[in-house]
Design a protein around this ligand. Sequence first.
Ligand code: SAH
Length: 204
Amino acid sequence: MLNNTFEILYLAFFIAGSVVRVIGVAKGKSWWRRKSEVVENRGTWTEKLFLFFSFLGMQVIPFIYIFSSWLDFADYGLPVGLSRILGWSGCLVFAAAIWVLWRSHIDLGRNFSPELKIRKEHKLVTHGIFRTIRHPMYSAHWLWALAQAMLLQNWIAGLSMLLAFWPLYAYRVTREEFMMCDRFGDDYRDYMGRTGRIFPRFRK
Ligand code: SAH
C-alpha cells in the first residue's frame, strides 16, 4: 500500500520518466516521419511478447504493489537505516535513468521506433550521448529497473522490471546491431568499434 516516502518518490519519478517517454515518442511520430516509409521491419511476435513482459514488470506489477497490499508479504524487511540508504540512492539512479532517456530521445529524434525498424530517411546517429554508448535507451531502462529495485523494497515488485526487461534486451540488442550493420555497413561496424554497448566507452 502507498505507505512510505520511497513509494511516493517512485511514483513521482515514474510520472517524470513517462512524460519524457511520451514526448520522445511523439517527436518520433511527427508528420515528417509518417511521410518516411518503413523500408525494413524486423519486429517479430517474439519481440512483441517480450515487450509485453516488460510492460508488466515496468508498468503493472509496481502499481499492484503500491495500490494494494497483495504483495506486501514479499517486502525486503530491511532495517530502517539500510532501507533509507537504498531508497535515497535509488532516487539518484532514477534521476540518472530519466536524464539518459531524455538525451537518447533528443539525439535519436525521428529515428526512434519501439520495434526494430528502418525508415527511408533513416540517419545513423553517432553524436551526443550516442558518441560513447550505442544503446543509451537500453542503458536508461536498466537504470530504471535498478532504481525500481531500490525504491520499491519488495522481492516481487522491486525485481519485476529487472527480470522482465532481460529477455527483451537479450533478444533485441544483437538483432538490432545486425540490422544496423546490414543497412549502414562499415559506418556502423566502425561505430561499434569505438563505442560501448550500454556502458560509455571513452577510449578511441
Ligand atoms: N538501441 C538504441 C535505440 C532504441 S530505439 C538505444 O538503446 O538507444 C530502436 C530503433 O532505433 C531501431 O529500430 C533502430 O532503427 C534505431 N537505431 C538504433 N541505433 C541507432 C543509431 N545509432 N542511429 C540511428 N538509429 C538507430
